[in-house]
Design a protein around this ligand. Structure first.
Ligand SMILES: Cc1cc2nc3c(=O)[nH]c(=O)nc-3n(C[C@H](O)[C@H](O)[C@H](O)COP(=O)(O)OP(=O)(O)OC[C@H]3O[C@@H](n4cnc5c(N)ncnc54)[C@H](O)[C@@H]3O)c2cc1C
Length: 257
């Protein structure tokens, strides 16, 4: 990469945002080309402030969802249990409208503070353009922080729900291998994993990239996968699924090249 900038405050983020070719959260949804990339990256990893105000919490873009859910549980605030096992940051989760087990960012966010047109502005949930794995920030804008409205709940109940969901993830997802999570979005009326499985592609591989045998929605790195291995496997999966079911799978992972 040409440049890595790590702002330590919203003001610093404001000053450097327009230099960024890529805003980097935790990188958990990225498929990045091999070799040297001529890009400037702004990492949000130091934007880690969490502020509670009654049943509201505001978290910086670099706070991890797991840390945020755990801190909210300590305060007896529920609503983010679904997000506990998503390995991303608040900024990446807003950008993707990340979700799991019946919850999505759009259900718990009241507003997002973002840099739009060179200014830091507060955008209410209704103007964030949230829909399935999409937000207005995919067109433009850098997320600085987000405010969530939560619900007072018994701490032990919140923790029990988080443990239950972590257990489900461990049972069903190939967490023992590197991946970017679900490779494809859920097509309306279908499940990507089922379509891939029905096309006979469980375990199919290109180089070190493989369709997980445990969960066909995950393309995993068996240890030595290159970017090209992943890109070729994704294309093969799209082609085979389309020819069998007529459904064109759309990538959920963000490709950086
Ligand atoms: C094992 C595993 C399980 C997963 N399970 C789930 C799941 O259950 N549900 C789900 O929705 N996702 C899941 N994911 C995918 C991923 O964790 C989410 O998409 C997450 O929200 C990405 O956050 P991130 O910080 O890692 O973003 P990154 O991967 O760093 O970035 C993703 C995109 O967001 C942009 N971005 C990041 N931060 C900002 C910012 N502050 N402002 C503007 N743009 C920004 C980036 O430029 C990039 O385009 C999973 C991934 C893995 C590896």
């Amino acid at each position: 990469m040409r440049e890595l900038i790590i702002p330590e405050s919203e003001e610093e983020l404001l000053r450097c945002a327009d230099r960024a070719d890529l805003i980097l959260g935790r990188g958990s949804n990225l498929l990045v080309a091999d070799g040297e990339l001529d890009i400037a990256v702004v990492s949000t990893e130091m934007l880690r402030e969490i502020t509670f105000d009654g049943d509201s919490v505001t978290a910086g873009a670099g706070v991890t969802l797991t840390e945020l859910a755990v801190k909210c549980a300590e305060k007896g605030l529920g609503g983010l249990e679904f997000a506990h096992g998503i390995p991303g940051s608040v900024g990446g989760a807003v950008f993707m409208n990340a979700g799991a087990y019946g919850g999505e960012m759009k259900d718990v966010i009241t507003s997002v503070r973002a840099i739009i047109g060179g200014e830091l502005i507060d955008i209410p949930n209704s103007d964030c353009g949230f829909s399935y794995r999409a937000s207005r920030f995919q067109r433009s804008g850098v997320v600085a922080s987000a405010t969530f409205k939560l619900t007072e709940r018994d701490k032990d109940e919140i923790r029990a729900r988080m443990r239950e969901l972590s257990e489900k993830r461990r049972e069903r997802q190939p967490l023992e291998y590197p991946s970017a999570g679900s490779t494809f979005k859920r097509p309306e009326g279908y499940f990507a994993a089922a379509l891939i499985d029905e096309a006979g592609l469980k375990g199919a591989s290109v180089g070190g990239a493989q369709v997980s045998e445990k969960h066909a929605g995950f393309l995993i790195n068996r240890g030595s996968a290159s970017f090209d291995d992943f890109a070729s496997l994704m294309e093969m999966v799209q082609r085979e699924v389309y020819s069998r079911s007529g459904v064109m799978l759309e990538p959920e992972v963000r490709i950086i090249k």
